[in-house]
Design a protein around this ligand. Structure first.
Ligand code: AMP
Ligand code: ZN
Length: 665
C-alpha cells in the first residue's frame, strides 16, 4: 500500500472513532476544532487522489447528493406495527395468551418506544448499503443519501458482524436540536416547526441531502434481522449492535416477569421527561428468539412484542361546530371543529366523534367545553364534556338525517355504528373516494396519478368510475390544471401498467365493502376468478374460511348491481387481471383442504415461513395453538415438551417435516 493511501485510511479510521465517541457514546476525546482540522486534511487528500474514493468516507457525511425520486425497495423482512396496551391488566392478558403458545419461562426485554420515524438499514460486509423508510411495512423508499448524513449512523462497522443483515431503528430529533432549528427559523421570519417527530420524519424525504445534514437528527437502533443470527436473545442482539458501533440506548432492561415490566414502565413514565428526545411508551419483547419464532406474527404485528403507551396528554377546549364527512363507502363520520388548542406539540383543531352513538353517549353539544386527548393516533379524540362549563342555552345535538353532500336520506343498517348515504353512484365523495382507493398504494398502486387528480378528473366529468381510467387519453388530461405533457404521459402509462397487478389486489381495489386486503386474498384464492366469485351465493361464501355473514352479504350485494357488473366487465375488457395467474394456480392445490396445522420447532429443508406458505398454498389452515380442532402438528427440532404432551393428550398426529412434504407431493 502506498503512503498516501495509508494516510487516507488512517485518517478515516481516526475520524470514524471520534465520530463514534462524540455521537454514539456522547464522550468526545478531542475538540471540535481538532476534529475539523483532521476532516479538512482528509478532504484535501481525497480531492487530490480521487482514485481512493470510498462511498462511506467520513467526508461524505455533509451530504450534497440530490434525490428527485426515491426508489421503492421491498423490505427483506416485513416491518410490522406493534399491538398496544394501556394497563398492567392488558400486559397480564398478553402474557396469559402467549404462555399458551410457548413452552418454558419467558423473559422480557423492555425498551423505550422512541417517537420518530422508523428506518431499516442494510449492511453488507460491514458497510452501509442502503437505508429504507418503513413505508407500508412491505416496501418503503430508499433514503440512503439522507441517512448517511446522520452522524450516529455508522457507515463502517467495528468488530464482528454478520455478513449481511438489516437493522431497524428510529430516526429522532432531540429537543435541543429541534429548539435551535426553530430559533433560527423564527429569526429568519419563518414559521417554526410544530414537533420533533414530524420534523424528523419530514427530513427523511428531503431531496437535498445537504439540508438533512444540517438537521441534528439521531438514529436509535433496536432490532437486527437476518436469515441467520449470531445470538439467541433480543438483549444479546442489542449488545451486539452496540459493539458494532450503533447507538442503542442503555435504558433497555432484561426482566423476568410482567410485574418487573411494569416497574420499568412506572420508572420511565416519570424519568422519560429528562431524556433528550421524545418517547411515547415502552416496547416489551419476548427475549428468547426461539420463543419469538414460535409465537410468530398476526397479520399486523408480532405476537412476541407489545407496546405500552404512556398516558396521553389532555387539554380542554371549546367545541365550535359539528360537521359531517362522507367516506368512500358512504359512511358518515361526525367531526368536532374545536377552538384551536395546543396538545402534545401540535395545534389541534378537529377531533373525530366516530358516530351518532358516541355523541349521544357523551352528550356532546355545540359550545360545550370538552376534554381532548391524543394517544398514538393522528386524530385526537374527545373523551368527556366539562358539564360545569355548559352554557344554559345549550341544546342537545340532533344528528343529521340527510347526506351533507347530496341530500339523500341517510340509512343505518341493523348492528352498524355508522349512518351511511345510499347514493352510491351520485354522491361525489363516494365516487371520488372509490377511485382514490382503487389507485392507492396497497391497491392498484398507480404511479403518476394522485388523489387530487382523481377528484379533478371526476369533477371535470372525464371519469365516473375506475373502469373509465383505462380509456383516458393523454390529450384528455393535458388541459387539466397543473398537467404537463410529461405528467399526462406518466399518468396514462401508470394506468396501463396497473393491468399487471395480480387478481387478489384487484379484488381489494374494487372496494367491496368489508373486503380488506386479507379477505380479498382469501376470496381470490378460493374462487380463483371473478366470474366464480360473482356467482357465489351467501351460503357458499360463508363456507370459505373466516368469511362471515356480513362479508358474504356485502359481496353478493356488490355483484347483484347491474352497474357494478358492467364496470367489472369493462375492467376485464381493458385487460385488468380478474383471475389468478396460471403460475400461481400451478403452485396451489386442495390437498390439505379442511385440515388445520400447528407448526412448531426448527426445520431443515424449508424455513418455517415457507412451511406455512406451503400449508396455505395447498388449501390448509395455519393455527397458532394446539386444540382439539387441530388436525396435525408439524414438529421440527427443539419443539417444546409441553406442546408435545398436549398434542399426545388430544390424540393429534405429530408429523415430521418429511412426512408433511410427502402429503403435498
Ligand atoms: P406503531 O407504529 O404504533 O404500530 O408502533 C410500531 C413502531 O414503533 C415501530 O415501527 C417502530 O418505528 C417504533 N418503535 C420505537 N421504538 C421501538 C422499539 N424500541 N422497538 C420496536 N419498535 C419501536
Ligand atoms: Zn351522499
Amino acid at each position: 500500500m502506498n503512503t498516501t493511501e495509508q494516510k487516507i485510511q488512517t485518517l478515516r479510521e481516526e475520524l470514524r472513532q471520534h465520530n463514534h465517541n462524540y455521537y454514539v457514546l456522547d464522550n468526545p476525546t478531542i475538540s471540535d476544532y481538532e476534529f475539523d482540522i483532521k476532516l479538512k486534511a482528509l478532504q484535501a487528500l481525497e480531492d487530490a487522489h480521487p482514485e481512493f474514493y470510498d462511498v462511506n468516507s467520513p467526508t461524505l457525511r455533509v451530504g450534497g447528493e440530490v434525490t428527485k425520486n426515491f426508489n421503492t425497495i421491498v423490505h427483506s423482512h416485513r416491518m410490522y406495527s406493534l399491538d398496544n396496551s394501556y394497563s398492567l391488566e392488558d400486559l397480564q392478558d398478553w402474557e396469559t395468551r402467549i404462555k399458551k403458545l410457548v413452552d418454558g419461562d419467558i423473559q422480557y426485554t423492555c425498551e423505550l418506544k422512541y417517537d420518530g420515524a422508523s428506518i431499516s438499514l442494510t449492511y453488507e460486509n460491514g458497510s452501509l448499503l442502503r437505508a429504507v423508510t418503513r413505508g407500508d411495512g412491505v416496501q418503503g423508499d430508499e433514503v440512503t443519501a439522507n441517512i448517511k448524513t446522520i452522524n450516529s449512523v455508522p457507515l463502517q462497522l467495528k468488530g464482528e458482524y454478520p455478513a449481511k443483515f438489516d437493522i431497524r431503528g428510529e430516526i429522532v430529533l432531540p429537543f435541543d436540536g429541534f429548539n435551535k432549528m426553530n430559533e433560527e427559523r423564527i429569526a429568519n421570519g419563518e414559521e417554526p416547526y410544530r414537533n420533533p417527530r414530524n420534523t424528523a420524519s419530514g427530513s427523511l424525504k428531503l431531496q437535498d441531502s445537504a439540508e438533512v445534514a444540517k438537521r441534528p437528527l439521531e438514529c436509535l437502533l433496536y432490532n437486527i434481522k437476518a436469515d441467520k443470527l449470531p445470538f439467541e436473545t433480543q438483549f444479546e442482539g442489542l449488545a451486539l449492535a452496540r459493539q458494532m458501533g450503533f447507538k442503542v440506548p442503555e435504558a433497555a432492561k432484561l426482566v423476568g416477569s410482567i410485574e418487573d415490566v411494569f416497574e420499568f414502565i412506572n420508572y420511565w413514565d416519570e424519568a422519560r421527561h429528562d431524556l433528550p428526545y421524545e418517547t411515547d411508551g415502552v416496547v416489551v419483547k419476548v427475549n428468547n428468539l426461539f420463543q419469538q419464532d414460535e409465537l410468530g406474527f398476526t397479520s399486523k404485528a408480532p405476537r412476541w412484542a407489545m407496546a405500552y403507551k404512556f398516558k396521553a396528554e389532555q387539554v380542554s377546549t371549546v367545541l365550535n361546530e359539528i360537521t359531517y364527512q362522507v367516506g368512500r363507502t358512504g359512511a358518515i363520520t361526525p367531526v368536532a371543529n374545536l377552538e384551536p388548542v395546543e396538545l402534545a406539540g401540535t395545534i389541534v383543531k378537529r377531533a373525530s366523534l366516530h358516530n351518532a352513538d358516541q355523541i349521544e353517549k357523551l352528550d356532546i353539544r355545540v359550545n360545550d367545553t370538552v376534554f381532548v386527548e391524543k394517544g398514538g393516533e393522528i386524530i385526537p379524540k374527545i373523551i368527556a364534556v366539562d358539564l360545569s362549563k355548559r352554557p344554559s342555552s345549550s341544546r342537545s345535538t340532533l344528528y343529521i338525517t340527510e347526506c351533507p353532500e347530496c341530500n339523500t336520506a341517510l340509512e343505518r343498517l341493523e348492528g352498524e355504528a355508522k349512518h351511511f348515504c345510499p347514493n352510491y353512484n351520485g354522491c361525489n365523495p363516494q365516487v371520488v373516494g372509490r377511485i382514490q382507493h382503487y389507485i392507492s398504494r396497497k391497491a392498484m398502486d398507480i404511479e403518476g396519478l394522485g388523489g387530487e387528480t382523481v377528484a379533478l378528473l371526476v369533477n371535470e366529468g372525464l371519469i365516473t368510475n375506475y373502469a373509465d381510467l383505462y380509456t383516458l387519453t393523454k390529450e384528455q388530461v393535458m388541459p387539466l390544471e397543473r398537467m404537463a405533457e410529461k405528467s399526462a404521459e406518466n399518468l396514462v402509462q401508470g394506468i396501463a401498467a396497473s393491468k399487471q397487478i395480480p387478481f387478489e389486489r384487484v379484488l381489494f381495489a374494487i372496494g367491496i365493502r368489508f373486503v380488506g386486503e386479507t379477505v380479498a386474498k382469501k376470496l381470490a384464492k378460493h374462487y380463483k376468478t371473478i366470474d366464480d366469485l360473482s356467482k357465489a351465493g351467501i351460503e357458499d361464501l360463508e363456507r370459505v374460511d373466516e368469511i362471515g355473514i356480513k362479508i358474504a352479504e356485502s359481496v353478493v350485494a356488490f355483484f347483484a348491481s347491474e352497474e357494478n357488473r358492467t364496470i367489472i366487465q369493462r375492467l376485464k375488457d381493458s385487460g385488468v387481471q380478474l383471475e389468478i395467474s396460471a403460475e400461481k394456480l400451478a403452485s396451489q392445490t386442495n390437498k390439505l383442504e379442511g385440515k388445520s396445522f400447528v407448526v412448531s420447532g426448527v426445520f431443515t429443508s424449508v424455513s418455517r415461513t415457507e412451511l406455512k406458505k406451503l400449508i396455505e398454498d395447498n388449501g390448509g389452515k395455519n393455527v397458532s395453538s394446539i386444540s382439539s380442532k387441530t388436525d396435525f402438528v408439524v414438529a421440527g427440532e427443539k419443539m417444546g415438551p409441553s406442546k408435545k404432551e398436549k398434542a399426545e393428550k388430544l390424540n393429534i398426529s405429530l408429523i415430521s417435516e418429511e412426512e408433511f412434504l410427502q402429503m403435498i407431493t
